[in-house]
Design a protein around this ligand. Sequence first.
Ligand SMILES: [Zn+2]
Length: 424
Amino acid sequence: MAPRPKYTPGSFTKNFAWAGTGFLRLHSVIRAGYSSTLSPVTREKWRADSGIKDSSLELIPINFFLHNKSGNMSVDELVFQAISRPHNIDFDRLSLFAFHLTQVGTPPQQGPQRPARWANEFAKEVLWKNDSWQSAALVHSTLDNFISQTMNASEDVRVKCRNNYRYFFELAGYLPTSGETINTGQEGWITPAIYLAWDRFVLDGAPKEKDTLLKYVDDEELYKLIGTSKAEFDEIAKVVVSLYLDAGATDRFASSTPAIAAPVSVKKVVTPTPATPPSAASWIDEEGSDEAVGRSLGSKLLQKRSRKIASQLRLHYKHRCMFCGTRLQIGDQRFYAEAAHIKPLGSPHDGPDKTGNILILCPNHHLQFDRGVIRLEMSGQDLKITSSVPGDALNGKLIKPKHALDDTCVKWHFDWFSDNRKPA
Ligand SMILES: [Zn+2]
């Protein structure tokens, strides 16, 4: 096999702790560099206004996270997010995605001259597997091995690259982790990420055309950079491509863009995106903007998928409580059971949205489980129930689940409600 092309490290060789502020620093230099407007600026003006003038670590925002072309800093979804939204974890995750997109330098800069391309390849070849990101990919030895195969650099430089790269995952809240796979929390940033990828594709000259845009995300395997399945990604991309084009693609940032009608399927009153971005103190109304509608559609599709998983699992258990075997009848041939997430979805716990994190329970036991009155431990293939209710017959009972449970979630729940934590 021919050796793969090696990349240069670029300014990624520098350590950039960003004074401990992480992606918040990126958020604020974007705002400063563009003077809180959604207009392209020259590279020189951007550097002067952003306060970044040194030759050391601070070029990283330009070189690795932002799009610039012919001496101009472009406006894209990442810039839009920084200027029109407060800093939050979804911005950090979108920034990591932007880094993985590797639009470095003046397009069309290709091949090994694009320093961060190794990270894009790493994400697709090593980090993503079986529809999710694998924690083991981010251990030092795995990363070092990949970087030494893909980068022309001395060992100390490679170590810096590895450390900086891992640091991004810490900043985005993905490390440290005890789980085997990483829940990327994609419902919070998948639509902006797709918009961002298309923005850059269009900025580099691609036509604003549905099939071209969909083919691009397919060819680039963006689902891997998002840490999800191709099917789930495609389902969302298929919907948001129309929203993206209806919004004017990259023209949506231009102040002359007329008000955009809401997609007919969305039954809510939609106010137009403000022609000029808000000042630092007045964020766009999340509920009202067209952008927000597009984004919430992405998360609604994920919720739909989540409900589907839960309903299939209920059927699998024929609506019987896994703890007590109760099957609540609520009509002729109609039964009721609840799907309980062992580790809660969403912030702050970010439990995985998969069957291994779900129990099928009667309402009573669901309530007791959620309050930590009942806890579980894996005992070989069985689950051992511990109940803190005096005299509870379930205490010490062993049950045999009929689906594979994620033991890191089970352990998380057990630990969360142990020791100094008291049931609420
Ligand atoms: Zn029960």
